[in-house]
Design a protein around this ligand. Structure first.
Ligand code: NAD
Length: 456
């Protein structure tokens, strides 16, 4: 394992040198990052194939391209975001002026999961750099190939006193968390999120927790069923369902249930062929343990599509299941794999109550042509973020905050929200020596009547 105390000391000195305070330095580093990603695209794609058998198209779309686009967006905006911003001043402070100075926290720790092992390690780094921080990245021990590529790439293009990768499992993570960072950005499960927050609390380090959970997908009878089916299965089965914001379960109006299931089957066959095991674009489960957990979830359900799996090849077919109680494990734990439970409902109010009786989800997807129903769901259900009439694509907007709420996380990132997640906003009031009001100084009693008029 790397000398963690040494890394921390080096990063502290690097940050103290003031280099990262210069916007030109940050932009240059983003440029180096972009260049490094482009120059090493092949090894990143190969690693993602080795870890999850992601096809080059899927890997470029969901891991590399999206990060390059992020870098471009930050390079374009960082100067504006980093500038001190003048804001309004209340009349009782005039003629003073008021300012917000965004400043970097210092040393950031980024802990990443295995499912989008490149994206979820590098996407938080982009705002960390943009906001002027040094960073340590701790990728997942399960996506070994990508973790090695990350360690190699950052080792070659960046000074470790500025940015470095620490590979390893829980022990490496724990040793890092024992040190004082100035910001921790964690992506992973709610269980580990609690541990991370507990460790952060010891140093009063601010955290962003990007967690998971069971994200509902609701289909009303007035939706375009074929298009809904297509968008649901594409969002659910990309990365073989190992996506934090994948629809976790489906609640469909009973009158269109059979049609929707039929259409989902048709689209799945179009996407991955009759035998998805032979498809060049269908990924694999990360490891045997997860595959066995998934196959256990099928017990006590009725499989209405797919269901095949093979522990030797880590293949798990796109699968639809039904006839399970809400207390069944498949409706209790985050599935995080290619199994989609299908439930039916009579009224949207019923679904709203069901979702609200559970922990707040990371994402929610609603398919309907009725803006009234969309309004009711937005108003009555609290969730991280989501889409109406689509799945997943809210993740790819730099204008939308991405993050969970309650059990699915705290804080957000992407675009400006990412810059803010890695910045402290220092609020400063600049007064003048020109005027000095006597009523702010003791003894106050003479001015109580005046004060009542001013602060009313
Ligand atoms: P995980 O929580 O098991 O691991 C995440 C990271 O934490 C890894 O780097 C791991 O080494 C580290 N870790 C594990 N145990 C630890 C401990 N006891 N102390 C300190 N560090 C520890 O998550 P995972 O299995 O890699 O990923 C799956 C979970 O991540 C799912 O719940 C999924 O929904 C969630 N997720 C969320 C997002 C998001 O953007 N919100 C994205 C992807 C995944």
């Amino acid at each position: 394992m790397k000398d963690i105390k040494g890394i921390i000391a080096a990063q502290r000195a690097f940050f103290a040198s003031g280099k990262t305070r210069e916007v030109s330095f940050r932009r240059r580093q983003l440029g180096i990052l972009r260049h490094a990603v482009k120059e090493n695209e092949k090894s990143i794609l190969d690693a993602l194939y080795a870890d999850l058998r992601k096809s080059p198209y899927e890997a470029y779309l969901t891991e590399i391209g999206i990060v390059l686009e992020d870098i471009r967006f930050y390079m374009k905006n960082i100067r504006r975001w980093a500038r001190p911003k003048r804001v309004r001043t209340p009349y009782y402070h005039l003629p003073a002026t008021s300012w917000i100075y965004p400043e970097p926290y210092g040393k950031a720790l980024i802990i990443a999961p295995w499912n989008y092992p490149f994206n979820l390690a590098v996407a938080p780094l982009v705002p960390a750099i943009s906001a002027g921080n040094c960073a340590v990245i701790k990728p997942s021990e399960f996506s070994v190939n990508t973790s090695e590529v990350l360690a190699d790439l950052f080792g070659r293009y960046f000074d470790p006193a500025y940015i470095t990768v620490v590979t390893g499992g829980v022990e490496a993570s724990k040793s890092l968390l024992a040190e004082k960072f100035d910001k921790i950005f964690f992506t992973g499960s709610p269980t580990v999120g609690r541990i991370v927050m507990g460790e952060a609390a010891r140093h009063l380090t601010p955290v962003t927790l990007e967690l998971g959970g069971k994200s509902p997908c609701i289909v009303e009878k007035d939706a375009d069923i074929s298009l809904s089916a297509k968008r649901i299965v594409s969002g659910k089965f990309i990365n073989a369902g190992q996506t934090c914001i994948a629809p976790d379960y489906l609640a469909v109006h009973h009158s269109v249930r059979d049609q929707l299931v039929d259409e989902m089957g048709k689209h799945l066959r179009r996407f991955f062929g009759k035998n998805p095991a032979d498809s060049p674009v269908y990924p694999r489960i990360i490891n045997k343990k997860h595959l066995e957990r998934l196959s256990g979830l099928l017990e006590g359900t009725t499989v209405i599509f797919g269901g095949d799996h093979d522990p030797d090849t880590l293949f798990f077919s796109p699968t639809l299941v039904t006839d399970m109680a809400l207390s069944h494990p498949v409706m209790q734990e985050e599935i995080f794999g290619p199994i989609l439970p299908v439930l039916t409902f009579d009224t949207i109010a019923e679904v709203i109550d069901m979702v609200n009786s559970r922990p707040k989800p990371l994402a929610l997807y609603l398919f309907t042509s009725d803006p009234g129903k969309a309004k009711a769901v937005m108003k009555r259900i609290s969730f991280g973020g989501g889409c109406v009439n689509d799945t997943l694509i809210h993740f790819a907007s730099p204008f939308l905050p991405f993050g969970g709420v309650g059990n699915s996380g705290m804080g957000s990132y992407h675009g400006r929200y990412g810059f803010d997640a890695f910045s402290h906003h220092k609020g400063v009031l600049k007064n003048t020596f020109l005027i000095d009001f006597p009523f702010r100084y003791p003894p106050f009693f003479k001015y109580l009547r005046l004060l009542r008029k001013v602060l009313r």
